[in-house]
Design a protein around this ligand. Sequence first.
Ligand SMILES: [Zn+2]
Length: 400
Amino acid sequence: MKARFQFRIYPNDQQRKDLAKLFGCTRVVWNDALALCKQSENLPSNGDLQKICITQAKKTPERAWLGEVSNIPLQQSIADLGVAFKNYFESRTGKRKGQKVNSPKFKRKTNQQSARFRKGGFSIKAAKVYLAKIGCIKTKWSRPLPSEPSSVTVIKDTANRYFLSFVVEIQPEIKPAINESIGIDLGLKTFAALSTGENVASPDYFRLDRKIRRAQRKFSRRSMRSKRRERMRLKIAKLKAKERDSRKDFLHKLSSRVVSENQVIALEDLNVLGMLKNRCLSRAISKCGWREFRLMCEAKSNKFGREFVVINRWEPTSQTCSDCGYRWGKLDLSVREILCINCGTHQDRDTNAAQNIAKVGVGHIHDSKRTSRECKTSIEAVPVEVSTRLQYVQLSLFDW
Ligand SMILES: [Zn+2]
């Protein structure tokens, strides 16, 4: 099993300059090769691209500086382009599952920069990491590497931070779980409702988000290519990095806890792309990180030998009583609590959905008990309004 381990590095001034040169060279090689691919009718092979965009280019006066950096990252850049094209074609023909992959794009100087070294281009020396033609860089080892890495990527993010990302082989760790199964209902107000009855709130991004939006407005008023514009860009990048880091930290902690405690982890398949089309909610939804959370749970389940189940999005998890299986039908979003008319239990909307997700996840559905409704409107299911929690007003608010 492959995994990535990322560490922050602190290059000195000379190394920063050398890294900038390296990033520039890998970017130029990528852009040259991509331009060549777009011109030619048939996609040139990696070997041809390497010959034209690296070996021959070095001999021309305009690209002579390509010889000043290590050759390995330049070759990796061409190889990456090949993979990008392969993913694009396979996604277009339906061979590749999941989200649609767009065709490779030209790289820009202002985006995140990266360069990859494979074996022979780097070595680990106690507290430092040696990179070819760059030198030994001070590295913050936040945790030990489990095995010999096969490659390392140097990254400079938009907030001007430097990182090393190692690819290492890891062994799955099988540890016994405490609970049999857990269902998770993801939402906006509470990030996750667990079938255990616990509600996990997500960190509040509101204040940070307001700062970002203000800064972005200022940024748009700065004149192009000015120093003040660049300073504003850096400020926004730093704020966004802060937000991203706090979200990542929260999601990692939650997914680790959920996966280590339970044997079966069930999540609902959300149509996030469809929901993002809702303009009122898209900003809030994209900040949540539902997809990131799902990917983390999946990867960690593989690592710890857990079963990860994604249940169908059409499963009526919020329309059914998790205690008796009685189906009360669609509820308005404002209804947070329900009193089941069949068994008399008082259900919280999200917890009930999470319990249903857990049940579907392990394959226990109340199919036999599920009763179909006969009349169009009824007062069988009683929604308990939040404002009138104490008086159980018998209402039928919705058309079934
Ligand atoms: Zn019930």
